[in-house]
Design a protein around this ligand. Structure first.
Ligand code: URA
Length: 188
């Protein structure tokens, strides 16, 4: 399979593999540093993302930006993607067949970026990336290592907007990510 960025963006733009293509304004492939050490994976585009073609640009994206800043980085230092590239109607969760149709794109992004650490934002990302159906409140805060990649499940920013009392735990998770990146770069 051709895994160049140009080919990948082209394939995502032309994709009609699932019903989500019918209602999208445009797909939202993802964005950021092409060789980022840190990658974020959300669920799928919302309304603002569907209109702009960029991930996490609405209210939850603004909170994500602030959290990325709080660990001393910004959007241009990381890569941000979603499980599905097209907006699910009314922001419902992606169905298993939709996620299955779209996951090959995420795998290709992973192959191109080669991140060392991946933050999984919310239950949907954990379900489809780790095949773990447990509640995010149980999964968050514990590292999962697979083939030399470190996964940190944490709350989705929209959950933090709904329930700000969860922000303290999310901040713990982000601090653990900052520490892990330091360790992995030998800069402890
Ligand atoms: N929520 C997500 O999971 N992804 C986005 O890109 C925006 C909101």
């Amino acid at each position: 399979m051709n895994t160049s960025w140009a080919q990948l963006l082209n394939d995502i733009g032309a994709c009609t593999s699932c019903r989500l293509c019918e209602k999208r304004t445009q797909p939202v492939p993802g964005e950021g540093r092409p060789d980022a050490a840190l990658m974020f994976i959300g669920e799928g585009p919302g309304r603002d993302e569907d209109l702009q073609g960029r991930p996490f640009v609405g209210a939850s994206g603004q909170l994500l930006d602030r959290m990325i800043h709080a660990i001393g980085m910004d959007r241009t230092d990381v890569y941000i993607a979603n499980v599905v590239k097209c907006r699910p109607p009314l922001n419902r969760n992606p169905e298993p067949d939709e996620a299955a149709a779209c996951l090959p794109f995420l795998r290709r992004q992973f192959v191109l970026v080669r991140p060392k650490v991946i933050v999984l934002l919310g239950k949907v990302a954990c379900r489809y990336v780790l095949n773990d159906e447990r509640p995010i409140s149980l999964l968050r805060g514990s590292w999962v290592q697979k083939k030399n990649v470190w996964f940190m499940p944490t709350y989705h920013p929209s959950a933090l907007l709904r329930d700000p009392s969860k922000k303290r735990e999310a901040w713990e998770d982000f601090k653990a990510v900052r520490q892990k990146l330091k360790e992995l770069s030998g800069d402890e």
